[in-house]
Design a protein around this ligand. Structure first.
Ligand code: PLP
Length: 408
């Protein structure tokens, strides 16, 4: 037996996940000044995880509800939850909801939602095998779409010279892409750049997508986090629906409810007709059955309670405003300090960008010095999570940036 080679002998070692390794390195670092601006999770000014007060209330309701048990949820999840999630992104007055051509499936957070949508498209979408993702984007977009067999291409997004959207080249790539290609669009608070198209630019994007018959797949991981306003952050998705597109929206409640580990997500499907939509739903349920059988209950119950209770919903919006305001405040404080220090370069992109992240423009060698000399952990592309900064560490952080910008 010992002489037999392992059946796994030829399995190559996979590279470690960049973000999760960064957090592991940060945790292992014993320097008291260390800062983690790698991971995209909200922190309070004390740099502690934040359990939303409204989530605590919903938790108490759950705990005291004698009717709850641990039975399986339906395959597509709890209808009151999926309906509320779809309404949250599409809006109360959505023509698609009124015309009964919306379906929704509860998923394993945003990642599961993108995966489920991608899996469905890989089996049933016949117009193109190409999927376009922004350059740069959240690393999992490529992972997920390659996993299910799409040819993944980039579309230009970030222009390092303007530190803004590379709109013209983005549109050009959309024009040149084969008709019917799938385009992954960040609904708001683009990760990693923090740069979103303006409403005028979204209109231009929709126009080209329609002319080319491209399929929009929105990834919405930060609704309410970008601007603090749930409706404003849903504008692009609602505009596309209003313009008559068929589309998918992957929703995550990890960030806006602080339910990261509970994996509460939703895939909203907007079709052309109730009949189309329900056939799509039937196939997605069949896929879901073989992949996860049925979704996890806990996180979705919290979201369900809050979205369906007007008082708790109002309180959630307050909690969201607290989170987005703290992030906006950190942007301003960082900007002010860099300007005070006279750090070479322009820094207004820090306050112009929105959402959890800022794309600082720091280069990989500067990032290396940030880590080795200052014990500040960020990804090599220079992205920082604003939530890792606080009134206590921002001076140190700004001085570190000033040093590497001048000397590296
Ligand atoms: N999409 C983007 C752009 C993200 O940044 C994230 C989280 O970082 C997600 C989707 C999904 O995350 P989760 O699976 O934790 O909901």
């Amino acid at each position: 037996n010992e002489k037999m080679a392992s059946v796994f002998e030829t399995v190559p070692q996979a590279p470690a996940d960049v973000i999760f390794s960064l957090t592991a390195a940060y945790k292992a670092d014993t320097n008291p000044n260390k800062i983690n601006v790698g991971v995209g999770a909200f922190r309070t000014d004390e740099l502690k995880p934040y359990v939303l007060p409204v989530v605590k209330k919903a938790d108490a309701i759950l705990f005291n509800d004698p009717s709850l048990d641990h039975e399986y949820l339906p395959i597509a999840g709890t209808p009151s939850y999926t309906r509320a999630a779809a309404k949250l992104i599409l809006g109360e007055e959505s023509p698609a909801i009124k015309e009964n051509r919306v379906a929704a499936v509860q998923t394993i957070s945003g990642t599961g939602s993108i995966h489920t949508g991608a899996m469905f498209l890989s089996k049933f979408y016949t117009k193109s095998r190409k999927c376009y993702i922004s350059k740069p984007t959240w690393a999992n977009h490529r992972n997920i779409f390659e996993l299910v067999g799409f040819e993944v291409e980039d579309y230009p997004y970030w222009n390092p010279e303007t530190r803004g959207l590379d709109y013209d080249r983005m549109i050009q790539t959309m024009r040149n892409a084969p008709n019917g290609s799938i385009f992954i669009l960040h609904a708001c608070a683009h990760n990693p750049t923090g740069v979103d198209p303006t409403q005028e630019q979204w209109k231009g994007i929709a126009e080209v997508m329609r002319a080319k018959g491209h399929f929009p797949f929105f990834d919405c991981a930060y609704q309410g986090f970008a601007s603090g306003d749930l409706d404003r952050d849903a504008w692009a998705v609602r505009y596309f629906v209003q313009e008559g597109f068929e589309l998918f929206v992957a929703q995550s409640f990890a960030k806006n409810f602080g339910l990261y580990g509970e994996r509460a997500g939703n895939l909203t499907i907007v079709g052309k007709s109730p009949a189309d939509t329900s056939r799509v739903l039937s196939q997605i349920e069949k896929l879901q059955r073989s992949e996860i059988s049925n979704p996890p209950a806990y996180g979705s119950r919290i979201v369900d309670i809050v979205l369906n209770d007007p008082a708790l919903y109002a309180e959630w919006k307050e909690n969201l405003r607290y989170m987005s305001n703290r992030i906006i405040d950190m942007r301003k404080q960082l900007y002010d300090r860099l300007v005070q220090l006279g750090t070479p370069g322009t820094w207004n992109h820090i306050t112009d960008q929105i959402g959890m992240f800022s794309f600082t423009g720091l280069k990989a060698p500067q990032v290396k010095v940030m880590k080795e000399k200052y014990h500040i952990y960020l990804t090599d592309n220079g992205r920082i999570s604003m939530a890792g900064l606080s009134t206590k560490n921002i001076d140190y952080f700004a001085r570190a940036i000033d040093d590497v910008v001048r000397n590296v």
